[in-house]
Design a protein around this ligand. Structure first.
Ligand code: BDR
Ligand code: CA
Length: 313
């Protein structure tokens, strides 16, 4: 089977954790490394959480790197109100024993891309885009190696979750997002419009719990924790499982539909900072720069998750 080489850039986060599990469980994907960034919680926790998840999955040999601890030009905004104090609140796992790599995540991304054949690496950002934008700014030549960037971020119809106008990952580092969206690299985004349809209903969470494995139990317990905030906020049957949509797209792109459109990032206005201004209706002549997803087959998505996570211990 031809495998796709990916780098997961992440700020775990319970939904990031499920995305990492899905990637490690999927033979179509070769996880070259995981780069942690500050986002849901500070970097000291996201790099630790990434290692906790790799050990849980039974992949302690995965290379995990720590990257940027603050946005490119702003103070870090975190989301403990959603993910808890550790970022992975819910059931606690032991501190990881696998090592954190010494190299800075941005240096490793640059080095890895420079050593790779053209169009051979897919970047999967699941948090603020600080690491990716810093790498692209320092070494624009790495674009040659990038096959595609598939990220979770933004919103059009759903507008915002951290402010009325902005989605969290883009809002935290809008300057970084602007660099990525303007990089001229093939780009696919999973905005809230998609992820708010990927809801962890009771039967979907039961499917994880009924696996009878540690991974199944942890996934159910993490989603239970993560749910409490969104269920209250949206009055929905479950919480959106945002970040695994990125990985699911790499495995089964047919689960998703969207439009190739122009998306610009607001970096100036205090009121709408971090807004993804998506020309969904094609009302401008601005050049399309992003495959902006709008819908998914939610049952197919959760079936894929259950099938793959069941293969982990
Ligand atoms: C995004 O923000 C984080 O809280 C989640 O992990 C996801 O990446 C959703 O807005
Ligand atoms: Ca995330």
């Amino acid at each position: 089977m031809a495998t796709r080489n990916i780098i997961i850039d992440t700020d775990p986060g319970q939904d990031d954790a499920v995305a990492i599990l899905l990637a490690l469980a999927s033979p179509e994907l070769n996880v070259l490394g995981i780069t942690a960034v500050a986002g849901n919680v500070p970097l000291s926790l996201t790099q630790k959480n990434a290692r906790i998840v790799c050990e849980l999955a039974g992949f302690p040999e995965t290379k995990v790197f720590a990257g940027c601890e603050a946005p490119m030009s702003r103070t870090l905004v975190t989301a403990e109100h959603v993910h808890g104090k550790t970022g992975l609140d819910g059931p606690q796992l032991d501190a990881p024993t696998m090592p954190l790599q010494d190299q800075h995540a941005v240096d490793w991304i640059i080095e890895t891309c420079r050593a790779a054949p053209a169009q051979s690496i897919t970047l999967c950002p699941l948090g603020p885009l600080t690491n990716i934008a810093t790498a692209l700014t320092r070494a624009p030549d790495i674009k040659d190696a990038i096959q595609e960037i598939v990220l979770m971020g933004g919103a059009y119809f759903e507008v915002g979750n951290i402010t009325p106008a902005a989605e969290f990952n883009i809002y935290v580092d809008p300057e970084a997002a602007k660099i990525v969206f303007e990089a001229g690299v093939s780009l696919t985004a999973m905005p809230l419009d998609v992820t708010h349809k990927a809801l962890t209903t009771q039967s979907r969470v039961d499917a994880f719990r009924n696996m009878g494995t540690k991974v199944g139990d942890m996934t159910a317990a993490w989603t239970d924790f993560f749910e409490r905030f969104d269920k209250e906020k949206y009055g929905s049957a479950g919480a959106p499982l945002h970040d695994p949509t990125v990985i699911a797209y790499l495995i089964k792109p047919d689960l998703f539909t969207g439009r190739h459109i122009n998306v610009e990032i607001e970096t100036q206005s205090e009121l709408t900072l971090g807004m993804t201004v998506a020309d969904w209706w094609g009302v401008t002549d601005r050049t399309p720069n992003c495959m902006f997803m709008g819908d998914l087959d939610a049952d197919g998505f959760f079936a894929l998750l259950a099938e793959r996570l069941a293969t982990l211990g």
